[in-house]
Design a protein around this ligand. Structure first.
Ligand SMILES: C[S@@+](CC[C@H](N)C(=O)[O-])C[C@H]1O[C@@H](n2cnc3c(N)ncnc32)[C@H](O)[C@@H]1O
Length: 452
């Protein structure tokens, strides 16, 4: 049993906060963290052998041991996301407050590496739009990678400061703010996080969270819903921030229904309900979530239907049906020699975003244009919209699949000349370019497996 010594000020506060439950809380920190994944229901349906369901989410599973995810081709194919179980409670909040049939605009403000955004994509209907934002550049690239892997084309990845969203008055129906926090709920999983913890850091985080909330609040429409979460236990970063939001702006709190057996604690602060996850009561890490409805009147941004995107040249457009399903329902745009596509009905909204924010990706990055020819990009191989039957497909056994994912050379006997799709257990992994006497592995260098 490893010895855990909490920062003294943290321990003192938690002892007061938990009372008789303190001993159980401390004991939970001597237990291993549960390992959990969330399946991409658009790519796989069968749970892994021996896995057990996470009760508050439809596609989340606890694994009985931690496999090497890096050496599992399905992980690289976007078939699942490795995510901490408590965070998947987002699904409960979302399903309880959002009409599933309505086309809505959702912002995930602090989105990297993409756990909540990929989850939201599985919950949203095809008519809806997800704007997934990250303020730190390197993290925004990882976010874009994870969104592309998930395979949906109704997401935009932006790299902006929260205050930039003030340009989008009343634009969003739902906002998820999974705020940067002091991380008390991660002490079991990552004991090094305790080194960074201090009462001053909690105060700093709380101040920053208020600034983030007030920066982004104008972009939520009247009647819109904010889902606020952190992975920390203290009230200053959670319910006190929400009480502040209510005082400063018009907001009402939305109670969520809980199943008692889940072990989630309902907290009330000035009559404001929040939901707290403690590792001794819940099979997951520390987490907090609350749902808030905006009651303050807000002017609405005017989105025009007319767009001024650059279209691909005619010769390229003629080739699109060979690559993508239902091209008539999509808009294809040319951005820096790359063709990206998204649902046609979202064109006005995405144009509006392009004028107001810095977009890394708009929908799926499908191909690069080379002398009027389309060279497919990696995300197209993982896209749910790929016209798969138009390509040679080669199912690789595990050793070859790993060779492919390391970007090594592999034999592609029997594949037609041209771009061929590499698969493992029927899941697309990426492209090979098959030439007369050789073939080129087109797996992206940045994404390749480096582990032996
Ligand atoms: C808790 S993490 C988000 C995790 C993510 N929602 C997920 O489920 O994968 C918080 C994120 O906020 C970002 N962040 C840090 N400072 C920020 C700020 N001042 N404004 C907005 N986001 C910030 C961090 O880079 C980090 O990606």
């Amino acid at each position: 049993m490893s010895d855990i010594s909490f920062p003294p000020a943290f321990e003192q506060r938690m002892r007061e906060q938990l009372g008789a439950q303190w001993a159980d809380f401390e004991a939970a920190h001597h237990q291993p963290s549960p390992v959990s994944i969330r399946l991409n229901p658009a790519k796989v349906s069968a749970p892994p052998a021996g896995a057990s369901s996470i009760p508050w989410t439809s596609h989340g599973y606890y694994l009985h041991e931690r496999p090497s995810f890096t050496l599992d081709p399905a992980f690289h194919a976007g078939a699942y996301y490795v995510q901490e179980a408590s965070s998947m409670f987002l699904e409960q909040a979302f399903r309880q407050v959002v009409d599933p049939d309505k086309a809505i605009r959702v912002l995930d403000l602090c989105a990297a590496p993409g756990g909540k955004s990929t989850h939201l994509l599985s919950l949203l209907n095809n008519q809806s739009l997800l704007v997934s934002n990250e303020v730190i550049r390197a993290r925004a690239s990882i976010l874009a990678e994870n969104i592309q892997k998930w395979g949906h084309c109704n997401a935009v990845v932006t790299h902006n400061d929260p205050q930039d969203f003030q340009r989008l008055q009343g634009f969003f129906d739902v906002m998820v703010v999974d705020a940067p926090c002091s991380g008390e709920g991660l002490f079991r999983k990552d004991p090094d996080a305790m080194q960074e913890w201090s009462p001053d850091n909690v105060a700093l985080c709380s101040k920053r969270q208020r600034r983030i909330l007030s920066d982004v609040w104008p972009a939520l429409k009247e009647g819109g819903v904010l889902l606020y979460s952190t992975c920390t236990y203290n009230a200053d970063e959670n319910e006190a921030n929400l009480a502040w939001l209510q005082q400063e702006h018009g907001a009402e709190f939305i109670p969520l229904l809980l199943n008692e057996s889940w072990g989630i604690q309902r907290v009330l602060h000035q009559n404001i309900p929040g939901y707290r996850f403690y590792p001794h009561n819940v099979k997951g890490e520390g987490f907090f979530m609350a749902a808030v409805r905006k009651t303050e009147s807000t002017p609405l941004s005017r989105v025009k239907n007319k767009t001024s995107f650059m279209s691909p040249p005619k010769k390229a457009t003629e080739q699109l049906p060979a690559f993508v399903r239902n091209v008539e329902e999509k808009m294809f745009i040319l951005r820096n020699d790359q063709i990206q596509f998204f649902p046609k009905h979202l064109a006005g909204e995405i144009e509006f975003l392009t004028r107001s924010l810095y977009l890394l990706t708009a929908g799926t990055v499908m191909a690069t244009l080379k002398h009027d020819k389309l060279v497919p990009e990696h995300p197209l191989a993982l896209s749910l919209e790929l016209e798969r039957d138009n390509f040679s497909q080669l199912n690789l056994e595990l050793p070859e699949a790993l060779q492919y994912l390391r970007k090594e050379g592999i034999h592609v006997e029997g594949a037609r000349k041209g771009f061929a799709l590499m698969l493992h257990n029927t899941l697309p992994l990426g492209w090979m370019n098959v030439l007369d006497n050789r073939s080129n592995n087109l797996y992206p260098s940045d994404w390749r497996i480096r582990k032996s």
